[in-house]
Write a protein that binds this ligand. Structure first.
Ligand SMILES: [Zn+2]
Ligand SMILES: [Zn+2]
Length: 210
């Protein structure tokens, strides 16, 4: 699997473009800078198979509408985050205005039927707490986890934003803690890590796994 990470926007979200042997890519969390993401797609001759959103926060979805105009494809987002992702509450001025809702097909991850091609198959793990509809995308064959804002290297997502819940997030971290140690973790912000490293050193992970 090929992975190109693109740090995008004022909050430096890790947008990821992933693809296998086919020239069909998943774009994970197109948070900002649509032109930069488009350039990566073009450089590698990729079409977009789907947009995968770890959650609805504006810093992870702000370039979606622009990118979708250039590369129409279904958008995979949990229904509990789709509810508010394109509403006025989901802005953070002066950095992020209200995200424009693309004229797209929105699919709840469980029902997507996506990610079945060899080497590109993934599971959607429901990991609420940072937001009600937060998910992680787990590429099982590759042992790669896109953890969104649920798990960071040395930390975890904040739970003081609307819809956040610390106890629920702890349950989600516990769910992640059963995955193998050698799973590589690409978080929504900051450096990559492994699950084993987090289990050994991340206070929040250890508290949750208890
Ligand atoms: Zn977030
Ligand atoms: Zn974020």
């Amino acid at each position: 699997m090929n992975i190109e990470l693109i740090p995008v926007g004022p909050f430096e979200v890790n947008c990821a473009v992933v693809w296998g042997t086919e020239k069909e890519a998943f774009v994970i969390d197109p948070g900002f800078d649509a032109a930069d993401i488009d350039a990566v797609l073009k450089k590698n001759g990729l079409a977009v198979a789907a947009y995968l959103l770890t959650h609805g926060h504006m810093d992870h979805i702000h370039a979606l509408a622009d990118l979708h105009r250039m590369h129409p494809a279904p958008v995979c987002i949990h229904a509990d985050d789709l509810r508010w992702a394109f509403e006025e509450t989901n802005q953070f001025l002066p950095y992020y205005s209200v995200p424009e809702k693309p004229d797209a097909e929105f699919i709840h991850p469980e029902r997507s039927g996506l990610g079945k091609s060899p080497g590109m198959s993934f599971q959607t793990l429901e990991t609420p707490g940072h937001t009600p509809g937060g998910v992680c995308f787990y590429f099982v064959d590759e042992k790669i986890l896109f953890s969104g804002d649920t798990l960071f290297k040395g930390s975890c997502g904040r739970t003081d934003l609307p819809g956040g819940d610390g106890r629920v997030l702890a349950q989600s971290l516990k769910k992640l803690s059963v995955l193998p140690d050698d799973v590589k973790v690409y978080a929504g912000h900051g450096a990559a890590t492994t699950l084993g490293h987090e289990k050994r050193t991340n206070f929040f992970m250890q508290q949750a796994a208890g």
